[in-house]
Design a protein around this ligand. Structure first.
Ligand code: DC
Length: 233
């Protein structure tokens, strides 16, 4: 018996390793991985390229109508495309990171993204990460995980990630961007970042990936009463 076709929601603060854990779960248990943050980043890149957001984050209301013509999709797997163009690299830059939270706070942007996340997940058996997956997008998800880690650990991870992608970040700016995004993400009116009551919390400040996947595996086995049947997963 393999585990059933369930939905796993992973939420938490920026750079807590949500996508790393989600990808591990997807590979390990044969789930589809969907990165909801990538969608908000894609909308941000679109708004920037269309001149619909100013440097001081004033969003042109014309963005709402413009979204009707926007095609964002993952193909293949986890790579985000805008039409036929891969935008995976552009959406991870500091330029996009610095404007994504104001864009993600706009209610019509959230409905636009939510509708697409639901369409992408139609087949079931999905692990999705973000800020409001367990609270708003999939409140009935069978397994919910809420991730946290110490701010300096998170900033270091994000810094290393940017360096590995060829950027030249300043540590203090990375830390400031994380803190600003966390503040906006958890204080906005629509679907703020918060732990769902039935989410299991994972603080991975001192954990390695092997420990994390073992933790997730224990959670999933426990949920399905498979604790004593390791060969069944
Ligand atoms: O996970 P990430 O850093 O790629 O997410 C980018 C931004 O998108 C983040 O600052 C908040 C927003 N976001 C959101 O509001 N809701 C989600 N479900 C996922 C991301």
């Amino acid at each position: 018996m393999r585990i059933p076709d369930i939905t796993i929601a992973i939420d938490g603060y920026s750079s807590t390793g949500k996508s790393t854990l989600a990808k591990l779960i997807a590979t390990h248990f044969d789930f589809l991985y969907l990165d909801s943050g990538a969608m908000y980043r894609g909308v941000t890149l679109f708004a920037q390229e269309q001149g619909l957001i100013s440097p001081d984050n004033v969003i042109d209301p014309a963005l709402e109508a413009a979204l009707e013509g926007l095609d964002l999709h993952f193909a293949p797997g986890t790579v985000l495309y805008m039409g036929d163009r891969s935008i995976e690299k552009e959406i991870r830059t500091m330029e996009v990171s610095s404007q994504v939270s104001p864009i993600a706070a706009v209610p019509y942007v959230r409905s636009w993204v939510d509708a697409r996340l639901h369409a992408f997940s139609e087949a079931g058996r999905v692990v999705m990460d973000g800020r409001d997956i367990g609270t708003t997008v999939f409140p009935d998800a069978e397994i919910k995980i809420f991730m946290t880690a110490r701010p300096e650990v998170r900033a270091q991870r994000r810094f290393d990630e940017l360096v590995s992608k060829g950027e030249n970040p300043v540590f203090e700016e990375v830390m400031k961007n994380l803190q600003e995004r966390d503040y906006i993400d958890s204080h906005r009116e629509t679907s703020p970042l918060r732990r769902a009551e039935d989410a299991f919390e994972l603080n991975n400040s001192e954990m390695g990936l092997t420990e994390e996947i073992a933790w997730a595996e224990g959670l999933i086995r426990g949920k399905f009463g498979l604790l004593n049947a390791p060969e069944e997963l």
